[in-house]
Design a protein around this ligand. Structure first.
Ligand code: NAD
Length: 937
């Protein structure tokens, strides 16, 4: 630990190893992972390890033993036992030394209904057994009473995310209802047995659900309860006033455990990633100051006498200044010491706890109990805290601590500008593709459009109204071959003028398209939900991606539009220019009905091609709206001609037309290959060779390595396979599990998938909506029937008979195991919610299986072994490889998207090379020397 504090590189790798350790099942796994982590670049090893590693003296067996012992000892410092029974001696010892407890049951992330029930039962068991055991302990007036009377000895802390797997702020009321199925019985039992239950606060996204659930619990169930509140949130002051105001209206007080907050890194990183405002203070001093202000609000609301509502304050802090502030303020309010409780973590701040108890303060330890695997996340958090430069405890223990500094007021920093508001990197700087052009889009560099944050109540309400008002326009889809000819004629006529327009004008028109879509964002999402059955988040992402394509290609076109001087030779001027090809045929699929259509169209238009847009039959409504927006932005009618008609007729004619220069197609392999073949035939009077941009299907695999974090992997596989009913080209349709974790992973995945809600996608709580149409339904069902014969069915989810979108066709998620590599369902793209699971003995074998598909679109690996991640980078041959995350959801500029092999031609949408498809390069050379004189001289 000391070495970890000295060398950040070593600390990172050590903690990563500790995190992966419990999953490692053999001595050689432990050995290989440890060596792997410790030999990463930038790691400075402590001398004993350095020599051990160099000499190759770290024998596998011994090393595993030593490491296991070390990590268990570390674990025992912070975790009191495997279960309450195991922890009881520790709890009793604490009590005898004058310290109370609150028990926290550690567990894996809860990803299914079964896991939630297991948690509920563990809590029920604690509630039923602990009170009689602890009642035998000695009387301790400091621990047994507060200023209002007796308090329960048995004190439990719960996390609501453990009691239901599908809590989601997007559907707050329903989430709270669902939560009460398991929470209700716990609180009722707690009330009967006189057990105190505290609601822990988790991530910011869960805050509103946690508070709503707590309020409902207190108002409807007789039990003694508390709520943790976090001072690191910028909303801390408002949260405190809100909860205190409510508590005063009650007939009994509630407890607030005021903490600073344990998810600072996550909140900061997540917000940065989403481009949302960071919900936490960026500086520790601001958190400390907020803690004191919240303390004041809560002490103001502390009732002096029993029989009234209000707040009883518990301070969850190891910071002596924060505690002292609260005590002084309590005294100022005339409250006795027993009105405030001090809570600290088990395994930390021992001296501080005993000093507090010596002052007759009520001290309670937060005592986690649980197994090693699920306990690891907790353990790593504690290790981080204990090695953090900003830890008060650490500072107070280092020999050179200065008391005045340690106790100094955090408030003096308040007036400084808060660097957090400026964000860590700044939007555009985080892109290496942040091209900006002074005359394009006000000179601002590209940045992704942030997705809606549905944990925000007003965002939800506005979106809901848009969904309720959605109107998909009627479109006559009868365009014929003659209409196709006519469309091409018009677009060809408009080409020369559009090509010759100044680049910045074209780019700014495309940026105006983005602006108009931004103004109508929720309306466009609502149309997508209604027309193709996407869920709220999926539809919102579709619209954001469309906006991104416009903003990105407009800027990239400006870059490409500049002639580039090649070399610098005197007497010779060389330049490379890019010029539009002519008329583009845009043929799009229905599954990203706005994004893909918009991306292909604006790429073609931005660089000076005109376009004939042939949308998919299933998404013609949103396509019509998009075409309207192009016109509204000022793009001339013949520059972008709309051709709503069937692929067989209008589409097939379009791609064969001699005046089409470039075809941008996204869709199935069969149609894509047909188009490539058709484009290769040249009419006698054709003036150019057609260029085809072709993005086709996928049969994408995720490898689950033996050291994978199953908590994350289960959810990533679930969302990759089943979001939008598996109708994404990037969707996971194969999972390859390495080693002995196969059955455990499948069990968790099946249970977790079964917890998804099949329903009407206009309802925010729906996870699985309808598939696109009857034909898709029948085709997917055909594969499912094959799957039942070819493999073992692990999950066949039934479609409920109520709550569905009227007139649509549904297929429940299916998971097959023991799938032979040669099975049809293992080879063909199914384009529906069907997942095949395979076993691999080694990571090498898994890679071979993953690479065996002819499709090469996306792929994923969940592993905590650095060498395997590196091997995957080199050898997992797909267009988009995702490590330790879901394999869908590519972002423009950040994950340029597209595959090769039978998935496409390879130059990626949303990347800087994409526009090259739509232009032809021309090199121009001028001899600038005249009679021996060159202007450069
Ligand atoms: P599809 O191939 O059936 O249709 C795509 C488009 O082609 C439609 O507009 C259709 O009308 C048109 N079309 C059909 N026959 C045609 C013909 N003979 N000539 C010209 N045009 C014709 O695909 P779909 O069902 O709309 O979309 C699903 C498929 O798209 C899946 O295979 C999926 O993997 C793929 N897809 C790929 C990507 C990618 O980026 N690689 C992205 C999304 C979807």
């Amino acid at each position: 630990m000391q070495w970890a504090m000295r060398d950040p590189g070593f600390k990172t790798q050590l903690f990563r190893f500790v995190d992966a350790f419990p999953r490692l099942s053999t001595p050689s796994d432990v050995h290989d992972h440890l060596v792997d982590y410790l030999t990463q670049p930038d790691v400075k090893l402590p001398p004993f390890l350095e020599t051990g590693l160099k000499a190759g003296r770290l024998a596998k067996g011994t090393m595993t033993k030593v490491v296991t012992k070390l990590i268990s000892t570390m674990g025992e410092t912070f975790i009191a036992g495997r279960d309450a029974h195991d922890a009881l001696p520790t709890l009793e010892k604490l009590w005898r030394s004058g310290i109370g407890f609150t028990v926290d049951v550690l567990g894996e992330a809860c990803v299914s209904a079964e896991e939630a029930i297991r948690y509920r039962d563990r809590y029920l068991q604690l509630i039923e057994t602990l009170p009689s055991l602890v009642s035998k302990w000695n009387e301790d007036p400091v621990l047994d009473t507060d200023h209002l009377g007796p308090i329960p000895r048995t004190n439990l802390s719960i996390k609501i995310s453990a009691l239901h797997s599908e809590l989601d702020p997007i559907d707050l009321d329903h989430s709270v209802d669902a939560l009460f199925e398991n929470l209700g019985p716990i609180l009722e039992a707690a009330g009967r047995h006189g057990v105190f239950v505290n609601f822990d606060m988790e991530s910011h996204a869960m805050k509103d659900i946690t508070i709503a659930a707590f309020m409902r619990a207190v108002e409807t169930i007789p039990f003694e309860g508390g709520l943790a509140m976090q001072a690191y949130l910028r909303s801390g002051d408002d949260d405190a006033r809100w909860v205190a105001g409510w508590a005063k209206t009650l007939d009994r007080p509630i407890t607030v455990r005021l903490v600073k907050g344990a998810y600072w890194d996550y909140e900061t990183i997540h917000a940065e990633e989403m481009d949302w405002p960071v919900p936490v203070w960026s500086r520790k001093a601001d958190t400390d100051a907020c803690f004191e202000r919240m303390t004041a609000v809560f002490l103001e609301a502390t009732p002096p006498n029993a029989g009234e509502g209000g707040i009883k304050l518990a301070l969850g802090s190891h910071n002596a200044r924060s505690i002292a502030y609260a005590l002084a303020l309590a005294e100022h309010h005339g409250l006795p010491r027993s009105a405030v409780e001090v809570q600290m973590l088990h395994g930390m701040g021992g001296q501080l706890k005993h000093a507090a108890r010596a002052m007759q303060l009520r001290v309670r330890e937060y005592v986690p109990v649980g197994e090693m695997v699920p306990g690891m996340a907790y353990l790593v958090r504690r290790l981080l805290e204990n090695t953090s430069n900003e830890s008060w405890l650490l500072a107070s223990q280092s020999g050179d601590a200065d008391i005045a500094t340690l106790l100094s007021s955090p408030h003096k920093h308040r007036s400084d500008a808060d660097p957090g508001l400026a964000r860590i990197g700044g939007r555009a700087e985080r892109h290496n593709l942040s091209y900006s052009h002074p005359a394009v889009g006000d000179g601002r560099p590209f940045a992704n459009e942030p997705l809606r944050d549905f944990s925000d109540a007003s965002t939800r309400t506005t979106f809901e109204s848009a969904v309720a008002a959605a109107a998909v326009p009627a479109v006559d889809f009868g365009a014929t071959e003659a209409d196709a000819d006519d469309a091409v004629r018009r677009a060809a006529g408009a080409f020369p003028a559009w090509r010759d327009r100044p680049q910045h004008e074209r780019s700014n028109l495309i940026i105006r398209v983005a602006g108009l879509m931004r103004e109508r964002r929720d309306e466009l999402s609502a149309i997508i939900i209604e027309e193709v059955g996407k869920d709220w988040r999926g539809a919102d992402a579709d619209v954001c991606e469309a906006i991104d394509f416009c903003e990105f290609y407009a800027r990239e076109a400006a870059r490409l539009g500049n002639a580039t001087r090649l070399g610098s030779f005197i007497g010779e001027h060389n330049e490379l220019r890019h010029e539009a090809r002519g008329v583009a045929a845009i043929i799009s699929p229905w599954n990203f009905p706005l994004a893909i259509l918009c991306g292909m169209t604006t790429a073609a238009l931005a660089v000076g091609n005109t376009a004939v847009i042939k949308p998919s039959a299933q998404s013609k409504g949103i396509a019509r709206v998009f075409h309207g927006i192009l016109g509204e932005a000022g793009i001339p009618p013949d520059v972008a001609v709309f051709l709503p008609g069937p692929g067989r007729t209008a589409g097939a004619r379009l791609v064969r037309h001699k005046d089409i220069s470039v075809i941008a197609f996204t869709g199935s392999k069969a149609v894509g290959l047909d188009i490539i073949a058709a484009a290769g035939l040249t009419a006698d009077d054709q003036a150019h060779v057609k260029h085809v941009v072709c993005e086709m299907g996928g049969k994408n695999a995720i490898i689950i390595d033996s050291s994978a974090d199953f908590d994350a992997a289960v959810l990533d596989v679930r969302s990759s396979a089943f979001a939008f009913q598996g109708q994404k080209c990037s969707a996971a349709s194969r999972v390859i599990i390495v080693g002995p974790g196969h059955d455990e992973f499948v069990d968790r995945l099946v249970a977790s998938t079964a917890a998804l809600t099949i329903g009407d996608p206009t309802d925010p709580g729906t996870d699985i909506g309808p598939v696109i149409d009857k034909q898709a339904h029948d085709s997917i069902m055909g594969y499912i029937e094959k799957g039942k014969r070819e493999a073992t069915t692990a999950l066949a989810m039934e479609v409920p008979d109520h709550g569905l979108m009227a007139g649509r066709h549904y297929v429940g998620p299916h998971i097959f195991v023991d799938v032979p590599e040669t099975a049809t369902i293992a080879l063909e793209e199914i384009f529906g919610p069907v997942l095949s699971v395979f076993k691999a003995a080694t990571f090498d074998e898994a890679l071979r299986m993953a690479n065996a598909s002819r499709y090469k679109l996306t792929g994923g690996v969940h592993s905590r072994r650095p060498a395997h991640l590196e091997q995957a980078r080199r050898e997992f041959r797909v267009g988009n490889l995702y490590l330790n995350r879901a394999i869908t959801g590519a972002l423009v500029g950040r994950q340029p998207f597209g595959g090769f092999g039978m998935s496409g031609l390879g130059s990626k949408a949303g990347g800087s090379e994409y526009l090259l498809h739509f232009v032809q390069p021309r090199a121009v050379t001028e001899n600038t020397m005249r009679r021996g004189f060159a202007p450069e001289l």
